[in-house]
Design a protein around this ligand. Structure first.
Ligand code: GLU
Ligand code: ZN
Length: 520
């Protein structure tokens, strides 16, 4: 956005010391990922993660990997996958490796990588880094409850860590089917989070965990870090809700690296929780939580992304509106605020409106076309005449809309055929009473006599006929005319609207409105 009044963007931080972010990496070696589970439409929290990873990758000239975490077959659908791809395309968040674009670590859908996980699991077991656990869920739960009652650490207790071959055979003979459990190291896991600083987890708080179910199904606990390792991810930026899985993942990365799989644990940065209504985490049911709503309402992707960037980050103290180019230029993960961020739909709308106002008319017109098609104002084929009319009409709504979707309501009257044109019943009942009909009739006659059909002449003719001759206050004079020609009490500016609608259509509508039954 080129707002000359906007304060300057702070200087890029790449100039400073980045060793805590990059270590020994060259900036372009940065590899981040966005790994959605395609279970439905993306949530604004997911989109915020995608945005921060994208901005981080673009800032350094690194790589963003898109990976589809679809091993939970029951909850994933082809539709969910298509919706992820469409959503990212709509947002303009581009990925460098992943589905649709390919890359050296393909396939990028986890459902197509099951052999890889089976192989890695076998190697972890072989090396003693994971072991077969024969405990049933009931047994694990019962021992956990007992430990809790005695105030002892209450995770999995390591029961099967050191079973010998005979013990395992005996369990098998009982018909038990083992899960594969990871052997956590008996020391704390300490790491420096790029957002939250040093974090440590005591060993007793991170018990051995299941990697593969008894039926051979690999779990998120295995596939997510395995892919991060094999795809050589250098930085994991994701929501704070996943922080509790980080010590397990770090330990697994270290074990994998010892087996020659991957470069060791990536750096982590946990983005703040997004709070919704009340003091609760934004839930899928909260207004504004799903991306679909924004697409349907005709938000600008850059407006939504700008707002989502503010959920934890900011470009400058006194500046809320910025472009994605500006964000990429200065994005620094270390400046993300670890405190919970409050989601505010009103503010999101205001930021979107600011981006809308900054569009030039040609751009606005282009973006209105698909929205007007979606709402049925325009058909699949847009004629050159319709496009020309839209180009002239767009400036009339530009300052009045907060989303592209609002334009359909305001501009519909210009594109609808006279025989399909209907008046809003409530507005008509209110404004086309006896006096309203008198106003409409006087307007019709004044405009019918008009020589030149242009805004100033239209305005003058109506003011003379209604304000001077009929002695009406302007407030009362123009409402009935507006309803008669646009169908609604709220419309783009009246005189310009009449000019765009054209003489014949305007007169026809003013004539037709005189037959309106009114309020009675
Ligand atoms: N598939 C996980 C999710 O969508 C990925 C979490 C992660 O970033 O590690 O929640
Ligand atoms: Zn066990």
């Amino acid at each position: 956005m080129t707002d000359p009044a906007a304060p300057a963007v702070p200087a890029p931080t790449t100039a400073g010391d980045l060793s805590d972010v990059l270590g020994d990496l060259a900036p372009e070696q940065v590899r981040v990922r966005f790994p959605p589970s395609p279970t439905g439409t993306l949530h604004v929290g997911n989109v915020r993660s995608a945005l921060f990873n994208w901005a981080f990758a673009r800032h350094f000239g690194g790589t963003l990997v898109l990976r589809i975490e679809d091993t939970d077959a029951a909850r994933n659908t082809e539709e969910g996958y298509a919706s992820v791809i469409d959503s990212l395309r709509w947002l303009g968040i581009t990925w460098d490796e992943g589905p649709e674009v390919g890359g050296p670590h393909a396939p990028y859908k986890q459902s197509e990588r099951l052999e890889i996980y089976a192989d890695v699991a076998a190697r972890l077991k072989e090396a003693g880094k994971a072991y077969e656990c024969f405990c049933t869920t009931d047994e694990v739960d019962a021992r956990r409850d007992a430990a809790r009652a005695e105030n002892r650490a209450s995770g999995y207790d390591g029961h099967c860590r050191d079973l010998d071959q005979d013990q395992r055979a005996a369990y098998r003979a009982e018909g038990r089917v083992p899960v594969l459990r990871f052997r956590m190291p008996d020391r704390p896991v300490v790491f420096t989070d790029l957002v939250r600083g040093e974090i440590s987890f005591l060993a007793e708080h991170v018990p051995d965990f299941v990697l593969v179910r008894g039926n051979g199904h690999p779990l998120y606990t295995l596939v997510n870090p395995v892919d991060d390792a094999l795809m050589e991810i250098t930085h994991v930026l994701r929501g704070e809700d996943l922080l509790s899985s980080t010590p397990r993942q770090i330990a697994l990365h270290e074990a994998l690296a010892e087996l020659g799989l991957g470069p060791g644990a990536p750096r982590f940065g946990h983005l703040p929780i997004v709070m919704g209504e009340g003091n609760k985490r934004l839930s899928k049911r909260d207004a504004g939580a799903g991306l679909g709503e924004y697409v349907e309402r005709g938000f600008l992707p850059e407006g939504l992304l700008n707002y989502l960037a503010l959920l934890g980050w900011g470009i400058a103290e006194d500046r809320d509106v910025f472009t994605m180019d500006e964000m990429v230029e200065v994005f620094d993960i270390r400046r993300v605020n670890p405190n919970p961020a409050r989601f505010d739909l009103k503010k999101c709308e205001a930021i979107n409106a600011a981006h809308l106002r900054a569009l030039d008319v040609a751009d606005l017109t282009e973006r209105l076309v698909p929205m007007l098609q979606a709402s049925g104002v325009l058909g699949a084929e847009v004629t050159p005449e319709q496009r020309a009319l839209l180009t002239e009409a767009a400036p009339l709504v530009h300052e009045r809309i907060g989303t592209l979707g609002e334009a359909g309501d305001m501009l519909g009257f210009l594109f609808v055929d006279d025989d399909a044109f209907v008046l809003d019943p409530t507005d008509a009942a209110k404004l086309l009473d006896d006096q309203g009909i008198t106003v409409v009739k006087a307007s019709h006659d004044a405009l019918a006599a008009l020589g030149e059909w242009a805004t100033p002449a239209i305005e003058e003719a109506l003011r003379t006929a209604l304000v001077e001759d009929l002695g009406l206050k302007p407030r009362h004079a123009f409402g009935p005319v507006r309803v008669a020609v646009t169908g609604k009490r709220i419309s783009p500016p009246l005189f310009e609207s009449l000019e765009l609608l054209g003489r014949e259509r305007s007169l026809r509508r003013l004539a037709a409105a005189q037959d309106h039954p009114g309020q009675a």
